[in-house]
Design a protein around this ligand. Structure first.
Ligand SMILES: CC(=O)Oc1ccc(/C=C/C(=O)NCCc2ccccc2)cc1OC(C)=O
Ligand SMILES: [Co+2]
Length: 175
């Protein structure tokens, strides 16, 4: 089922997520709910904490050139660890927990990641490009970090001003 997405500045997003210990039905239901939620919101990545569950689990499903996402491209990532990273790259990132805000973020260009699938099988991926960025963005969520924390001081001030205005508009709309 679709679960509500936790939105900045909700304090839950700053939690340190705990490793998954049970690769059981409960985990599988969580992963399925996360996928429904991510797809319903046009997301390409989602960490469990974004639906309020502080577990080290995340999903990535990158769209193809036409912008379509396919179930076979879904990667379910549990207890990930970056084994190696190289180079630098900058990309304009967005996040379902910080809707309608995008900004340039610098990250490693290439990463080697070890993780487990929903059955507890170990996997290893070496990648660059958007997948490398997605892994780093989603893994930051597991440690309570959002991409807006990487903004320069001035960009962060701009963001906070815009965000206060947006929240006020949202409250006005709800009245
Ligand atoms: C209006 C609004 O909220 O816009 C959105 C913003 C972000 C997103 C999704 C962002 C997302 O999936 N980020 C995953 C992390 C990531 C960021 C950059 C590159 C790789 C991985 C979706 C939005 O919704 C629509 C309808 O476009
Ligand atoms: Co995010």
């Amino acid at each position: 089922m679709i679960r509500p997405i936790v939105v900045y500045p909700d304090k839950r997003l700053k939690q340190q997520s705990k490793p998954v210990m049970a690769f059981d039905e409960t985990l599988h239901t969580l992963l399925d709910d996360m996928n429904e939620t991510m797809m319903a919101s046009n997301g390409i990545g989602l960490a469990a904490i974004q639906v309020g569950v502080p577990l080290r689990a995340l999903l990535i499903n990158l769209p193809d050139e036409e912008g379509n996402q396919y179930p076979e491209n879904l990667i379910e990532v549990i207890n990930p660890v970056i084994l190696e990273k190289k180079g630098f790259t900058t990309y304009t990132e967005g996040c379902l927990s910080v809707p309608e805000y995008y900004d340039d973020v610098e990250r490693a260009e290439w990463v080697k990641v070890e993780f487990y699938d929903r059955h507890g099988e170990r996997r290893e991926i070496e990648t660059d490009g958007l997948l490398a960025i997605a892994f780093q963005h989603e893994m930051d969520h597991l440690d309570g970090h959002l991409f807006i924390e990487k903004l320069s001081f001035l960009k962060r001030k701009k963001f906070e001003k815009e965000w206060k205005k947006k929240l006020k508009e949202l409250k006005e709309k709800k009245k």
